[in-house]
Ligand binder design. Structure first.
Ligand code: 4AD
Ligand code: MG
Length: 430
């Protein structure tokens, strides 16, 4: 019977066949230990010379790293391994012999590994990070489905900017100028007016010349948008959503967190509600923490965010930023027009901003004014304003950056390891 490694616990004491690759091996004259993987998991195969044919034992001893095979044997309990099971091998059928696999168990430099990303993805740590990414995506759909959100897919090719014009990727749309989407938000606002509560999940592009451990040129964003929901209600949805995905990862990715040696006690603390600090208070806090020169009106950089996050053991919302440093669509605070009803959610442990969100301007005249102040053109001018013309309602939304969230939950310090094929300032390969 052919099974996957993940199914092994259900086949204890049975003889089964697994399609697998060899990741590593140790052998002596009498016994060979094969480290096997099949994508669903990792298991050790034990080949005992006295239990198998001479041909099988010599095959086992000569297997090279990443050789593919069908391997047959009995699944037995192995309390010493994290997985809990191993295979007592009886037969090996090599499918394809790999020679000189470039990524050996020794240490390699990051650039070398990134050049071999198509192979590096097979390694245990990278595999664990991608499984955590997958769990965040799975639980995201579950959370929004349970809360009556409709999944809506905004376009990727657009005729206008959603977040400011400096970071736009330009392309040609036949004879027209077009851009790759920076954010689906404007379209999600249209969708919220049609479906109430909506969310999107898709790739977004920023032609940002940033070379930091938090920036990708192509990254994936989850963007919920909600009609009849104000800023404070949106914050509650955000903290519930983030708590939900953290809990799902803790429950369903135990092996992966263990492989990554993630300190899960820090993640256990992540439960709604999250603390909130106003931009004004954040400026004061930063001054106390040694950033004496920071002035009201300045945007926060990574060191500022990290310093603020250090004061909390949960993610923290920084709310009500100055209007000048935020996007054109954010609604001014009705009690104070110099700040807007927005919040950035800063992850703990130095992982930075994982969510940007706000209540949107719902007044047609004000939106028109902002559009013009920001010198915005493009085809959204007409349709986006029409959303304020026909039954405008208070509405809010936010965008969660998937890769930064994966980095935080996995405990890896650079977003390049959180997406299968990262697009970075200096990297389009593989
Ligand atoms: O704060 P941002 O730019 O917000 C928006 O795009 C809004 N339109 C979202 C909305 O309200 N629907 O981006 C949202 C999140 C950030 O908090 C960050 O997690 C992530 O997207 N992000 C990036 N992740 C990786 N690389 C980059 N270059 C990123 N830029 C933003
Ligand atoms: Mg932001």
């Amino acid at each position: 019977m052919k099974i996957t490694i993940s199914q092994a616990p259900k086949h204890q004491d049975k003889t089964v066949t697994i399609g697998a690759w060899l990741t590593n091996k140790r052998s002596s004259g009498k016994i060979a230990f094969l480290q096997l993987r099949d994508g669903t998991g990792f298991i050790q195969g034990v080949v005992v010379k006295s239990d198998v044919s001479e041909e099988t034992f010599s095959k086992a001893k000569n297997l090279t790293q990443e050789t593919s095979m069908y391997i047959t044997g009995k699944i037995v309990e192995d309390t010493r391994s994290a997985f809990g099971y191993e295979m007592q091998v009886s037969e090996i059928e090599v499918i394809h012999e790999a020679t000189d696999y470039p990524i050996t168990p020794k240490e390699h430099g990051t650039e070398f590994l990134m050049d071999h990303r198509h192979l590096w993805l097979r390694s245990k740590k990278q595999h664990a990070v991608m499984k955590i990414r997958n769990e965040i995506i799975r639980s995201t759909y579950q959370f929004f489905n349970e809360n009556e959100f409709v999944k809506i897919d905004p376009p990727i090719l657009t005729g206008s900017s959603a977040e400011g014009t400096t970071e736009l990727f330009h392309t040609k749309y036949f004879d027209e100028e077009a851009y790759l989407s920076q954010s689906g938000q404007l379209y999600m606002e249209a969708a919220a007016m049609a479906f109430g509560k909506v969310f999107s999940f898709g790739p977004t592009f920023r032609a940002e010349k940033s070379k930091t451990r938090r920036h990708l040129i192509e990254f994936w964003m989850i963007e919920p948008e909600m009609a009849f929901v104000d800023h404070e209600e949106s914050l509650q949805i955000q903290e519930n959503y983030v708590s939900y995905i953290v809990k799902s990862v803790l429950e369903n990715c135990k092996l992966e967190l263990d492989i990554l040696e993630r300190d899960t006690s820090k993640l256990e603390l992540i439960q709604a509600p999250f603390p909130r600090i106003s931009y004004d208070d954040a400026i004061e806090l930063l001054k106390e923490k040694g950033f004496e020169d920071i002035e009201w009106g300045e945007d926060f950089g990574a060191p500022h965010e990290t310093a603020i996050a250090e004061s909390f053991d949960k993610p923290v919302f920084i709310t009500n930023y100055p209007a000048e440093i935020k996007a054109f669509y954010m609604k001014p605070d009705p009690t104070r027009s110099d700040v807007v009803l927005c919040a950035d959610l800063i992850a703990p442990e130095g992982y930075g901003e994982i969510i940007g969100g706000s209540q949107r301007i719902d007044d047609l005249e004000l939106m028109r004014e902002r559009y013009e102040q920001h010198g915005l053109t493009g085809d959204a001018y007409k349709w986006y304003l029409e959303l304020r013309e026909f039954g405008s309602v208070p509405h809010s939304g936010f965008g969660l950056g998937l890769e930064r969230t994966v980095a935080w939950l996995s405990g890896v310090d650079h977003v390049r390891e959180t997406i299968p094929f990262p697009r970075l300032l200096n990297r389009l390969y593989p």
